[in-house]
Design a protein around this ligand. Structure first.
Ligand code: PLP
Length: 368
């Protein structure tokens, strides 16, 4: 099987640990165990038995996750190693080579890579800055055909930080329902909304929605490698069959901690820390862009751990990012990886000082 390079992940794995200021991360600065847990909970880790557990996720954890959604129970939940595994299993469960996938881009491009490798026809709905990085619903209607099996999107969006208004979500559900197709929403950034309440999950709006999510982004715990799928029981059972072929189970320690952090009060505390940090950094970035408005402009993100920034200089975004990394030891993500040259993605989930210094170095580079 041929598969295109996942450039976004590849450049991050090559360089993100080698630079002084990594602004390529799309999440929120992670917790240490000591910051996250109480002394009693830390002691409780000593008692965790390091067995295999359940291959679809422990019953208690699946119940906890189901409670994050309306009218769902453990049969509607599959626990995975990160939401990356959830996205992979979703493709392997729902798509066949002759199917068509309607995919909103820019997006975290994992689904596109796997779908193309499988021989699925991918029809892209391009989100445009002039529409606030939101979809044109007429384009979506025109893209859906009798061969469409799945509409897939990321909300809140990576990399633009856009957030679908409720009426757009309803309209998308109406389109999916009319054509009886699945709707996949990657909701890993849900809970990191910066100006509004937590957005509604597509799982609460549509019976054929399959949601992937996890603890890596809004919840600031990527090292736990804990994700999940929520969807109709039959399709979730299908994902279980694939899970047996991939990683068997998630780690016992990660499941144990997930059960603690997904309890409502603890989850709210974590999300509030994330929002606080992201709001402060968004304000910092906005002032910085205002001060350099001859060089940069952007639509401030409405959620999530990153900003998608347009720059005003005749240089390819990959070349720019390579040079900033080599000359200033600052790591960014080029718009190129999303097929959108002329943009860079700047992580806003880093500690404030880190972002400040990284931006200072970027400004030096641009002026130099
Ligand atoms: C939108 C989106 N979905 C999924 C993932 C995979 O995350 P993880 O496997 O850490 O849960 C990422 C990682 O950057 C992402 O940005």
């Amino acid at each position: 099987m041929q598969i295109e390079e996942f450039t976004l992940e590849r450049i991050q794995s090559l360089y993100e640990n080698l630079v002084e200021f990594n602004l390529s991360d799309s999440g929120v600065h992670p917790y240490s165990l000591k910051e996250l847990l109480t002394p009693d909970q830390l002691l409780g880790l000593h008692e965790v038995e390091l067995g295999y557990g359940w291959t679809n996720g422990g019953v208690e954890l699946r119940d906890t996750i189901a409670r994050l959604y309306k009218n769902r129970d453990r049969e509607n939940v599959m626990v995975t190693n990160g939401s990356a595994e959830a996205n992979f299993i979703l493709v392997m469960t729902l798509l066949e080579p002759s199917d068509e996938l309607v995919l909103f881009v820019p997006n975290y491009l994992q689904i596109r890579g796997w779908a193309k490798a499988l021989g699925v026809t991918v029809k892209e709905i391009v989100l445009r800055e002039e529409l606030g990085w939101l979809p044109d619903l007429d384009e979506v209607r025109a893209a859906v055909t009798p061969k469409t099996k799945l509409i897939s999107l990321c909300n809140p969006n990576n990399p633009t930080g856009s957030l679908l208004p409720r009426e757009t979500m309803d309209a998308l559900v109406a389109i999916a329902r009319e054509h009886d197709v699945y709707l996949h929403a990657d909701e890993i950034y849900r809970g990191s909304e910066l100006d509004t309440e937590e957005s509604t999950s597509f799982a609460d709006l549509y019976e054929k929605a399959v949601v992937t999510a996890g603890l890596s982004k809004a919840m600031a715990l990527p090292g736990l490698r804990l994700g999940w799928l929520v969807g109709p029981a039959k399709e979730i059972y299908g994902t279980w069959q694939r899970k047996d072929y991939t990683s068997i189970t998630t780690g016992a320690l990660s499941e144990h901690i997930a059960n603690i952090v997904l309890q409502p009060a603890k989850r709210a505390e974590i999300l509030s820390r994330s929002r606080r940090l992201l709001r402060e950094n968004r304000a910092l970035l906005t002032s910085w862009i205002d001060a350099h408005n001859n060089l940069f402009c952007y639509l401030p993100p409405r959620a999530g751990g990153m900003a998608f920034v347009r720059y005003n200089r005749h240089i390819n975004s990959s070349v720019l990012v390579d040079r900033v990394r080599e000359e200033k030891s600052v790591m960014l993500v080029p718009g190129d990886v999303y097929g959108l040259d002329g943009y860079i993605r700047i992580g806003i989930g880093a500690p404030k000082h880190h972002l400040e210094v990284g931006l200072g170095r970027l400004a030096d580079f641009m002026r130099g």
